[in-house]
Design a protein around this ligand. Structure first.
Ligand SMILES: [Fe+2]
Ligand SMILES: [Fe+2]
Length: 355
């Protein structure tokens, strides 16, 4: 580690979330993981959250949900799960360096995208349009964590972790951290973007089977300025984030040259790239087919909720069938989950965190 980066050690330790701050909705006596809990926090409450998230169905479903390139058979192209692991992998060492809570950062990094529908943001937007409800994966993730996992009892995550999940998303908007309620939340918000821009860039331009980099010289020039490959580009961003955060006395990544150049990367990715690689028309048509079929054959279900709980391949399989019948839903991840829920029409737009 270079001298300048080493000087960032523990600079935010006074602003770290503490184990003593952790609170859960339900008492220890009602928690499946109570065997790990105790008055002295021998195991950090946020490490217990990491364990809960690592073993939950929502995280597993992320193994078959689009990150950036839908309907691609190559398993090296990132899915939501690999992106979430990537965010945690980048954010935890930075939390350690700066003196923030590494376990809260880990839980937030792993769990932040648990609420994604199949086919990424196209799925989210399409389901919002069809249902006339604003479906946001950051809210849906909190609903799933609290009311869907573990047969509807929820994971009983700490309020602190749930807030990180709720507050991580910015879409194509500004990357401000004003709404983040902890430094760990702010770190994960920035690390999410740092990971996905450079991971998406790699999957789109550096596999040789998607877009031609020669057609996007400004973006390629920016990527080259940051370094050669995902590792060096993310490292340059995170190093700058550490130095800017040290100067600001809180997580900050908006004033340095790296942040400004990354903002330009964001503008180009959202303005010219994502809409080319997301196979929008094809994905919309698949979702619409399944949504309309579900309205007919399973009127007791909320089609948005059902579809949100499917993986890409499950949805694709349903969309390919002519004359879908209730028997075709047997054995799917969504069917398995809904069979165990008392309430199958949840409010998917409310995180219900006022406790
Ligand atoms: Fe997200
Ligand atoms: Fe993400």
């Amino acid at each position: 580690m270079d001298h300048e980066l080493a000087s960032c050690q523990n600079v935010l330790v006074d602003r770290a979330t503490r184990d003593e701050d952790a609170r859960r909705r339900y008492p220890e006596s009602e928690d499946d993981d109570s065997w790990l809990m105790g008055p002295s926090n021998v195991v950090s409450p946020y490490l217990i959250d990491v364990s809960k998230i690592m073993n939950c169905r929502a995280l597993r479903r992320g193994g078959d949900k689009t990150q950036v390139r839908p309907l691609e058979p190559n398993t090296h192209i990132r899915r939501r799960l690999s992106h979430s692991l990537g965010v945690a992998g980048l954010a935890v060492p930075i939390a350690k360096l700066l003196g923030l809570h590494p376990d809260l950062t880990h839980a937030a990094g792993l769990g932040h995208d648990m609420g994604h529908t199949p086919f990424g943001h196209t799925g989210e937007v399409t389901l919002s349009r069809l249902s006339e409800k604003k479906i946001c994966h950051e809210i849906l993730g909190v609903v799933i964590a609290q009311k869907v996992e573990r047969r509807g009892r929820g994971l009983n995550l700490t309020h602190q972790t749930l807030l990180c999940l709720r507050d991580h998303s910015r879409g194509d908007g500004q990357f401000g951290t004003e709404t983040c309620e902890s430094e760990e939340s702010a770190l994960v918000m920035h690390t999410d973007k740092i990971d996905y821009f450079w991971a998406d860039y790699h999957d789109i331009f550096e596999r040789g089977d998607c877009l031609n980099p020669l057609d996007y010289p400004e973006l390629v020039g920016l990527a080259q300025w940051f370094g050669k490959g995902y590792r060096s580009r993310t490292a340059k961003c995170l190093r700058a984030l550490c130095l800017e955060s040290k100067a600001a006395g809180r997580i900050s990544f908006g004033l340095c040259e790296e942040a400004m150049r990354l903002t330009r990367v964001k503008e180009i990715m959202y303005g010219k790239i994502y809409n080319v690689v997301n196979r929008r028309a094809e994905v919309i048509s698949l979702i619409e087919r399944v949504y309309r079929a579900l309205e007919k054959i399973a009127p007791h279900l909320d089609p948005v909720f059902f579809i949100a709980l499917l993986g890409d391949q499950e949805l694709l399989g349903l969309a390919k069938k002519d004359n879908l019948s209730p028997a075709d839903l047997a054995g799917l991840s969504a069917t398995e989950i809904l069979a165990n829920l008392k309430e199958t029409k949840l409010d998917l737009t409310s995180p219900d965190l006022g406790w």
